[in-house]
Design a protein around this ligand. Sequence first.
Ligand code: GDP
Length: 326
Amino acid sequence: MTPVRALVTGATGQDGSYLVELLLAEGAEVHALVRSGSPGSGEHPLPDAVHQHVGDLTDGRALESLVAEVAPGEIYNLGGISSVALSWQEPGLTAQVSGVAPGHVLKAAHDLQERSGTAVRVVQASSAEIFGAAEQVPQTEDTPVAPVTPYGAAKAYAHHLVGVWRARGLHASSCILYNHESPRRPEAFVTRKITAGAARIARGLQDELSLGNLDARRDWGWAPDYVRAMQLAARSDAPGTYVIATGVAHSVRDFVAAAFEAAGVDGWEERVVLDARFARPSDAPVQVGDPRRAGDALGWAPTVGFEEIVARMVRHDLDVVDAGRA
Ligand code: GDP
């Protein structure tokens, strides 16, 4: 069988780095869109086997040319602004890279498919943020799209475009990813901020941890599981919308308590302070997804539960501190 040729945007991020490893391990030819210059903080260097193409998500025409030139069988659109917090500061860039850029990728994929007569399978990394503060808990593929953040609004536009192009015959799926974590998460996200903070406190390098809000409830899964879900969506005979989630919500408070316990620190309440700088102008109180469709149609299920995710991240961060890298 000819190996898959895949194009990945956002390949140096948490999900991109796991996806690239997964694709290379099965012998795929992997192409990645990369920014010029060296990887920024929180970015992961690409393995040598990856074909790198320098470009920018804000350059739509260049994106279209790249798709035409590489002629991939699978496209994973993971690029964009991944931080909800940053989207409030950068509304234009957020719209451009998380909303407009996917439109160019989809159009180019459809053009390629028409030209070649071969299916081009596109997976859009969508987000629970498209549902905003949904009244329906847990959310499903039928929950109304009603974002409450600039990030969610940009992702909602891209999500709708996937439907537009699927209706025109493109094998395009939108995977609505709930929060998914790993030791590769940057500290801009609350989970890694907590596990890195707990590890530094455990080793006496830090006294306290400042957080914005302890009450938000999120459905936290294991990032490599979510990457596998996107691959299953690309390979499925049923392109569509898939909620990728664990179905279980925990509060930020739960995460803090589990992380401090895993780090061997008693009395987390004395160590955590609330700081308005980290609170969001608008924040869904609870996000939890129902992954049944992904289970039935893709055969997908999460393999790592909440406690184990926390334990793995804390263990990693204790190792980082002990190796003198923090
Ligand atoms: P997001 O869902 O993609 O924005 O992922 P985050 O990990 O950044 O945020 C998850 C939840 O944690 C949101 O409800 C945040 O408002 C909440 N949160 C509470 N305190 C903090 C904090 O200090 N930093 C961040 N990043 N999030 C926080």
